[in-house]
Every structure is written in C-alpha cells, then in structure tokens.
Design a protein around this ligand. Structure first.
Ligand SMILES: [Zn+2]
Length: 177
C-alpha cells in the first residue's frame, strides 16, 4: 500500500501525543469520563485535527467532532477517549486515530468528503454502572432520568484485606427533566 510507512509513522505520533495523559506507572491509563483528564484527551484530539487543517465543534454534552462542518448528510466515524480505571491505552483511542487517518488521507488527496470524526464522552462509564453515556444522550437512546440513580464508584484501599476494593459513595442526583 502506497504511503504505508508514512501512515504508520503518523499513527505512532498520534499514540505518543495521547500517551502521557492519564498515564499510570502500571503502564495503563485512567481517563474517566467527564474529568479533567478526559478534557485533556479531547483538547489533544481537537489540536491534532487542527494540525490537519480541520476545525472542531463540541455538542451540548461535551462530545467533540473534527472534520466536515456540513450540517446534514455527514458520515460519522465515532469512538471515545475515556477509559476505565487502569484501562488500556489503545481501546477508544485506536478508533479516533483511525478516523484521523481518514481525514489525513482526504486532505492529502484533496478530497472534500462529508466525513466527521466524533469522540463521545464517558463511553467507558462502567464506573457509573452504565456505559456509552455521551453517544446515548445525543442519540436520545438515554435521557436525564436514566442517570438520576447513577452512583460513582471510587478506587480505595481495603483496610481488611490490604488490597484494593470498590466502594460506592452516593452521587448527587441530577436535575429532574
Ligand atoms: Zn471502548
């Protein structure tokens, strides 16, 4: 495949740009949804899109989109940039990088195609007992009422076993709709 070496180099650069955000000494990452760490991932995504010559937008729940600004008839390549606690580096990030590769190819070929890459918020949100929050909210698959009973789980030391265990502190109820 033509340009494959350059493509691999670009992929490696993209992984490196995201690498340190939320990085752990264990080698994994913790990039929980709707935290400053996830904000940093979205800021980096917007920056990388800008370096390719694309603008970005955010919707009302904080999902970030890079690419075509067409209001209708747009293809969407969607993934996420958050992780579970001590999660892997390549899960959602690989999807975003795949999307950026498509945008890069389009730019190189001078193609104006209606494609947009979307990073949905808080998709790996099993920490809250549910998942795919950002995409669920904007596609109306979920509503505010669904999230009212949500509880956050917190990583904390277990005094009895000397190991780590999950605790479930109460999470403030979200406003009723
Ligand atoms: Zn995932």
């Amino acid at each position: 495949m033509e340009n494959s070496f350059a493509d691999i180099q670009y992929c490696e650069e993209l992984f490196n740009r995201f690498y340190d955000i939320g990085g752990l000494t264990s080698g994994g990452v913790t990039r929980l949804g709707y935290t400053q760490t996830e904000d940093q991932m979205h800021e980096m995504f917007a920056l990388l899109g800008g370096e390719l010559g694309y603008g970005n937008t955010q919707d009302e729940v904080g999902n970030t989109f890079v690419g075509s600004t067409a209001r209708e008839g747009c293809y969407l390549i969607g993934s996420h940039l958050d992780s579970v606690i001590d999660g892997g580096r390549y899960d959602g990030v690989a999807g975003i990088i795949a999307g950026l590769m498509v945008l890069r190819w389009a730019k190189e070929e001078g193609l104006s195609i209606p494609v947009r890459v979307g990073a949905f918020r808080c998709e790996e949100s099993s920490n809250f007992g549910c998942c795919t929050i950002g995409s669920g909210l904007v596609t109306k698959a979920s509503g505010w009422r669904v999230w009212c009973p949500v509880r956050a789980r917190r990583w904390s030391p277990s005094s009895s076993a000397g190991a780590t265990a999950w605790t479930r502190p109460r999470f403030p109820a979200w406003p009723a709709t």
